[in-house]
Design a protein around this ligand. Structure first.
Ligand code: HPA
Length: 275
């Protein structure tokens, strides 16, 4: 991690906005619309921020939005960076480091994912209870900066139990169905083969995607409390007799985004303090 880059990016942002937010949001494919709901919004495009990578995927905007959601100050990433875009994981997770520097203590991460668990359906929302890093790479490889976190961070509660509980309570209150499960991160960019999906199921995966895990590792290193939500945008390869497409991912997330937005808004409105 290049500390100078981090400091320059943070300094730039602090000169533009005066954020007091302690809650961060990372909005995945098709879910970025939530950032449009922020009040008193101040927006910084990624390309303006020194050393920030740029978003290259369709359906992902690239900007940081500062503002209030349900009265709470938040910082939202509208669009994220993926390993498959060619960025090293250090760059993929750079925005999480910036959030750390800006004082974020609790992080809500969202994504679109394929359903591996055969009891799921496209359009389900899944609370991430744990993850499997299947990327064959790790964002913390290299020299450790003890000011940012410890060399060997604990990952036994990577998704904070009190936030899992909170999300379940909110979904119940809204009568929104919420699956729970283990998210597996693959590099992409190809979707998986049916054999790979059978393997992931045997390994304990319930959903599969191409993001989130690197950011959650860095957030844990930064001692943030994490809440993870997946929109099951499609059933994973080989489960249904149909090919997978990015269009299906976008279409399904569009279809469920009202529920998603309602849920995240309630989550934030009554967000518990750090445990
Ligand atoms: N596999 C991997 N990543 C994904 C999928 C999938 O089926 N759907 C959305 N992101």
């Amino acid at each position: 991690m290049n500390k100078t880059y981090l400091q320059e990016a943070t300094q730039f942002i602090n000169q533009r906005v005066h954020s007091t937010a302690t809650i961060g949001l990372i909005l995945g494919s098709g879910l970025g619309v939530l950032a449009d709901e922020l009040e008193e919004a101040e927006v910084i495009d990624y390309h303006e921020i020194p050393h920030f990578p740029r978003s290259t995927v369709e359906g992902h905007k690239g900007r940081l939005v500062f503002g209030k959601l349900e009265g709470k100050s938040v910082i939202a990433m509208q669009g994220r960076f993926h390993y498959y875009e060619g960025y090293p994981l250090e760059q993929v997770t750079f925005p999480v480091r910036v959030m750390q520097m800006l004082g974020i203590k609790q992080l809500v991460v969202t994504n679109a994912a394929g359903g591996v668990n055969e009891n799921f359906s496209a359009g389900d929302l899944m609370l991430i209870t744990d993850h499997i890093n299947n990327m064959g790479d790790h964002p913390l490889i290299g020299e450790n900066d003890p000011e940012l976190g410890e060399r060997f961070p604990d990952m036994s509660q990577a998704y904070a139990p009190y936030l899992i509980q909170h999300a379940e309570n909110c979904a119940n209150q809204l009568n929104i169905g919420l699956q729970k499960g283990v998210y597996v991160a693959n590099t992409g960019p190809s979707y998986e083969t049916p054999a790979e999906i059978r393997m992931l199921r045997i390994l304990g995966g319930d959903a599969v995607g191409m993001s989130t895990v690197p950011e959650v590792i860095v957030a844990n290193h930064a001692k943030m409390d994490v809440l993870g939500l997946s929109c099951i945008s499609n059933m994973a390869a080989g489960i249904l007799d149909q090919p997978l497409s990015h269009q299906e991912v976008i279409d399904t997330t569009n279809r469920v985004r009202d529920d998603f937005i309602t849920l995240v808004k309630l989550l934030i409105k009554s967000f518990p303090n750090e445990a």
